[in-house]
Design a binder for this molecule. Structure first.
Ligand code: ATP
Ligand code: MG
Length: 410
């Protein structure tokens, strides 16, 4: 991608109302744009990161047998009445009436919709277990949509749902999903904690959250010393000596509902081997996809800008050409590097603009691509290699650069 053509350009100033780091940096660097409180456009750079995150989640969901689908965002009132959530979740749900006075809800979650699918398509024990997931927009009437993209009124979630014959099978799968979640957060580069918490509007029971330690977080967790486990403040009881208190961001939450909460209310049954009709055991599992984008910036940045982990960086290489006047040789060199790296499958952003070196370097630090390559009169027939998270520079041949890029771990 040529930076001269990239939409939009970076900004010198953060938005006036921006308090959180992810809000400031993501807007300045051109990853997101705010339409209104809690509502964001994912600009081309931001959308690239989101797609990297989606790719990682999708691989791990498929690895545990999840089947991807896509469910509607607008739902009839009747389906929400079946579980009583049209009333009980009124505060978070956007409800609307059309010109013919028919009432609808915008998706704030999809349990009821999955239940409807299950009761239509699951007949016998042969049809279970089943797990399905999608990446889709959720609408929630959040009272305080602050914290940049961490809390939206409209945001992207990955939600997985599973249905089982027995409680035991549900619990086994619940552990599998929990392991997959930890893998996902590790692959992004986060240090995440499995956290016991209360269920909120979703269930009376306790649930398991996945928390990433960050000052900007709205949650307080107590990490059991020397483990990857924690308790959310809301359920914490015990001796503080064995725990470490931290601020954290909830990036995922999983719910083992069982057969009462949804199946009984919506009459979702299957015929068992003995010919009897039984209720389906059901669980749901969410990850905040756009929240992960903001969390990454909260965790990985310095005073100059973002420092993307390789696994979710919008591009792997930021190529900068520096030329005094019109030095065609340097332009040609940059072109050769760009073409060869692209052909080797490396994602590369080329700062081909006619601007001062200082501006190019500042933008590279702000945008935060893992490797910066510079060609200039100074680098001669070599290329300067510098990583975003280090101050060390090296001079390399093009072959060496390609070799390094192709053998680097993701
Ligand atoms: P929170 O406590 O932060 O309001 P929640 O517990 O209501 O979140 P869940 O219903 O558990 O959220 O949703 C699953 C995941 O979706 C959360 O773990 C979080 O990562 C993400 N998420 C929830 N609400 C938002 C939001 N308003 N904006 C962005 N992501 C969100
Ligand atoms: Mg939650």
């Amino acid at each position: 991608m040529l930076q001269s053509q990239l939409f939009p350009k970076t900004k010198k100033e953060s938005p006036k109302d921006a308090v959180s780091i992810n809000h400031k940096l993501l807007v300045r660097a051109g990853f997101i744009d705010q339409l209104m409180a809690g509502s964001w456009t994912l600009l081309p750079l931001g959308w690239r990161v989101i797609n990297k995150i989606i790719g990682i989640i999708r691989e791990e969901m498929n690895a545990i047998g999840g089947q991807e689908l896509l469910m509607p965002l607008m739902h009839p009132k009747e389906i929400w009445n079946e579980t009583g959530r049209w009333e009980s979740a009124k505060e978070v749900m956007y409800q609307l009436t059309d010109a013919r006075k028919k009432e609808f809800a915008l998706s704030f979650t999809h349990e009821e919709i999955v239940m409807d699918l299950l009761r239509k398509h699951v007949n016998s024990y042969n049809d279970l277990p089943v797990a399905m997931y999608h990446f889709s927009t959720k609408f929630r009437n959040e009272l305080r949509p602050t914290g940049g993209i961490l809390r939206g009124r409209e945001f992207l979630m990955k939600d997985l749902y599973s249905a089982h014959q027995t409680e035991e099978d549900m619990n086994d799968y619940y552990e599998k999903v929990s392991d997959a979640y930890i893998k996902i957060f590790n692959r992004i580069g986060f240090d995440s904690y499995i956290t016991e918490a209360a269920g909120g509007v979703f269930t009376e029971n306790r649930t398991r959250e996945f928390q990433v330690v960050a000052e900007a977080g709205e949650d307080t967790i107590y990490i059991k010393k020397d483990t990857k486990k924690a308790l959310n403040k809301e359920v914490f009881e015990g001796n503080l000596d064995d725990y470490e208190e931290k601020r954290s961001i909830e990036v995922g939450n999983i719910f083992p509902f069982g057969d009462k909460k949804y199946s009984e209310k919506m009459n979702v049954t299957y015929q068992d081997r003995d010919g009897q009709s039984k209720l389906v055991y059901f669980a749901s599992y969410g990850i905040g996809v756009t929240r992960l984008l903001g969390t990454a910036v909260e965790v990985f940045h310095d005073e100059r800008g973002i420092i993307w982990p390789k696994s979710i960086a919008p591009y792997q290489v930021h190529l900068i050409e520096l030329k005094k006047e019109r030095n065609e040789e340097i332009k040609k060199k940059a072109e050769e590097i760009y073409d060869k790296l692209q052909n080797a499958g490396v994602e590369i952003l080329w700062d081909d603009r006619e601007v001062m070196a200082g501006e190019k370097f500042a933008d590279a630090d702000l945008i935060g691509i893992p490797v910066r390559l510079v060609v200039s009169e100074k680098s001669g027939d070599k290329i300067e290699w510098k990583e975003r998270n280090s101050d060390k520079t090296e001079l390399l041949q093009l072959d060496e650069v390609i070799e390094r890029m192709c053998t680097r771990e993701k």
